[in-house]
Design a protein around this ligand. Sequence first.
Ligand code: G3I
Length: 369
Amino acid sequence: MLSKNHVITLKAAAFLSLSILHGTGYAQKIPSLKDTFKKDFGIGTALNNAQIDERDPETTAFIVRQFNMATPENIMKSALIHPKWDTYNFEMADKLVAFGKKHNIKINGHTLVWHSQLPPFIRGIKSADSIRTFFTDHIKTVAGRYEGKVYSWDVVNEALNEDGTMRKSVFLQYLGDDFVTEAFRLAQQAAPKTELYYNDYNNEQPAKRAGCLALLKKVKEAGVRIDGVGIQGHWHVGRVPLKDIEESILQYSAMGLKVMFTELDIEVLPRNFQGADVGQRMAANAQSNPYPDALPDSVQQQLAADYEALFKLFLKHKDKVTRVTFWGVNDGDSWLNGWPVRGRTNYPLLFDRKNQPKPAFGKVIALKK
Ligand code: G3I
């Protein structure tokens, strides 16, 4: 006769084989991040074109079960939404808004002002007047169109250098360092009911944080509305700067700002710098893609411990942290497979390439049990 334990084991094995055959059903049995943290903060993901287009119903069901907020990974950036001087392309952004409405997912617009992924015509502009016209029309048109349709905007993205000084972008060059305040002023006029944020990477690091605090203070002192600050959270396994993150949550929220983790992922591959400056690249060599088939258990466990520690911290400050957004749904979607070295196999998120939960997911969910 079978013991009770044998029966449980057999049932688990049967469930597992059924799950492999029927992905969606299994996905519905995985605990939901958004439900688990419902009373604490929003849980978001970045979405790519295929996901917004709902090309795969199982993926859509998975996204809807796990996330209640979303940020477009690329389609609202100026190169894509404003490809020519007098031409906007709203097709995918409108689809994203419809996706959010249909599935009850709040959309964070990303991003109105960024030095990267600018339309090609910008390179040909050599006058401050023309840059100002582009800047003003772009913010008014895009923020105005999505007023009442997106929940929030990353108004300005990555305006700072690592030492806290202003990045030498085309906006700084032609409009001067008040361009950040001006961007928020224009966004406030075009989208009076939408939350407005500043977003950056490494702005939990002391020097960059100091520059960021000063920049945001300047916006506030000009009497212009800014509702929150996004810390992107592109970190590295075994090196997540928990103390700096906690200090940042405290200091930003002491300014009266909501604090969000807006592009969370934890890189597991070799890298000689931290951050997300898309202009930076690394040469490929024999060691740069060490785990093409699977992540070794020791790294998997470290990744799980890092995510556990991070979420513990987020929960400790749940009165200040309003959203945690992952930069991608699963490991296969991550931009880190292509940057800073092309063609690597990375494992930075909570779900593997088949949307199966990784040990890190279990640790994060267990914090609420
Ligand atoms: O769409 C073209 C395609 O037509 C072309 O064939 C292909 C060839 O390279 O490129 C495709 O565009 C790529 C685009 O992603 C869409 O996949 C660009 O090359 C590639 O550079 C771009 O990368 C994006 C990156 O921003 C660019 O700056 C990543 O997907 C996106 O995850 C990343 O997101 C940024 C945040 O917006 C801001 N913070 C840092 C974060 C990570 O870099």
